[in-house]
Design a protein around this ligand. Structure first.
Ligand SMILES: *Cc1c(COP(=O)(O)O)cnc(C)c1O
Length: 389
């Protein structure tokens, strides 16, 4: 019997650990004991053993892995101490000096650093392409191309990558594909169904959903997971027992939250688009999004990130953010509370004006990361702030 996501969020980890509690226990032990020499050998020899040493595995990790593999439709999953732990362990498992990697010009900033700075310094060749141009990925393929990294929608510009167009060619040529599914989440998009080999996510965002933990997830085949796990235990991005318990707790309501997030996101995008003081709204669920048809094809819903340009300059956008009463002015996304940022202000510290231009982040861009408050309240707050501009 196949269950819906809502049911899997509650039941997919049943019986995975044998502690006989209804609610999961927090397994706050870094080390686990063997009751016999045979058991000790088993603990030492079995990869990802849930009761050996917490860097290798923990009963809390096992439960999350069971749920996430079902969510993404993969054979198995791995958990890490952060989204970047998941991304770095996955990339570093498969590339070596002399290999070629194709990525997007717009990736999560730390992912861009792995590709553009770290891998280049290790002697890996890198080509970064415009994600909206599927042919550009294919044209960039070389005989030594080992990996293609995808991320869709991108943040904060909400550009879409045609996942299937890229994976079809990559599969034919034996090139691995990795997709960061953090913004869409498995509620809205299942990259593995579209041919992606390795799906990574920051569970710090929608999966955890409460802005109170840092975690990462890798969903893939057993074969690839075995290699990524070896890199992971070497690099040591371990998910703590407390954060794995919080993540499990967050996962129970993940489908309900995403349902609301999708509704709130679309409603906010429509409200903004109808307002004369807003120049442009970027949201894949709007018919005005240049890749709306593609988004509809590969996504079930369009998520909670709404980016928009206020009619005005840097200062107008800055003032608009300070006039909002409901959302918190903070980075990150994906939790129950709405967060808002003036994009140029957030990235000013880390990107040079040149890089901002290349990344295509306009000075009047506001990124709203919607929470699960009532849509009418979110929209009314937006309107009162716009009216004061
Ligand atoms: C936040 C984020 C990450 C990094 O996740 P951490 O849990 O902060 O390490 C990676 N990719 C995307 C798209 C993100 O939003």
């Amino acid at each position: 019997m196949t269950y819906h996501l809502d049911t899997l969020a509650i039941h997919a980890d049943y019986g995975v650990t044998d502690d006989k509690t209804v609610a999961p226990s927090i397994n706050y032990s870094a080390v686990f004991r063997a009751d016999s020499p045979e058991e000790f050998i088993e603990m030492s020899e079995v990869p990802q053993h849930p009761r050996n040493y917490t860097r290798y595995g923990n009963p809390g990790h096992e439960r999350i892995k069971a749920i996430l593999a079902e969510f993404e439709g993969t054979e198995t999953a791995l958990v890490m101490g952060s989204g970047m732990g998941a991304i770095s362990s996955s990339i570093l498992s498969f590339v070596k000096a002399g290999d070629h990697v194709i990525g997007q010009t717009r990736h999560y900033m730390s992912t861009s650093r792995i590709l553009d700075e770290m891998l280049r310094s290790f002697g890996v060749e890198i080509t970064l392409v415009d994600q909206a141009d599927a042919q550009a990925f294919i044209d960039a393929i070389r005989p030594n191309t080992r990996l293609i990294t995808l991320e869709t929608p991108s943040n904060p510009m909400l550009a879409i990558t045609d996942i299937e167009a890229v994976t079809r060619v990559a599969r034919e040529k034996g090139i691995l594909t990795l997709a960061d599914n953090t913004l869409a989440t498995p509620f809205n998009q299942r990259p593995h169904d579209l041919g992606v080999d390795i799906v990574v996510q920051s569970a710090t965002k929608y999966l955890g959903g409460h802005h109170d933990l840092t975690a990462g997830v890798v969903c893939t085949s057993k074969e690839l997971a075995a290699r990524i796990w070896k890199t992971h235990i070497t690099l040591g991005s371990v998910l703590s027992p407390m954060d794995s318990w919080l993540l499990l707790r967050g996962l129970r309501t993940f489908p309900m939250r995403m349902n609301r997030v999708n509704q709130n996101g679309l409603s906010l995008a429509q409200t903004l688009e109808a307002h004369p003081k807003v120049q442009r709204v970027l949201y894949p669920g709007l018919a005005s999004h240049p890749q709306h048809e593609l988004a509809k094809r590969q996504m079930k819903g369009f998520g909670g990130i709404v980016s928009f340009m206020i009619d005005g300059d840097y200062d107008t956008a800055s003032r608009f953010v300070s006039l909002l009463k409901l959302p918190v002015n903070a980075p990150s996304l994906g939790g129950v509370d709405s967060l808002v940022i003036h994009a140029a202000a957030m990235w000013a510290g880390t990107l040079t004006p040149e890089q901002m231009k290349t990344a295509g982040i306009p000075v009047n861009l506001v990124r709203y990361a919607i929470g699960i408050e009532h849509s009418d309240d979110i929209n009314a707050d937006i309107l009162q702030a716009l009216d004061q501009l």
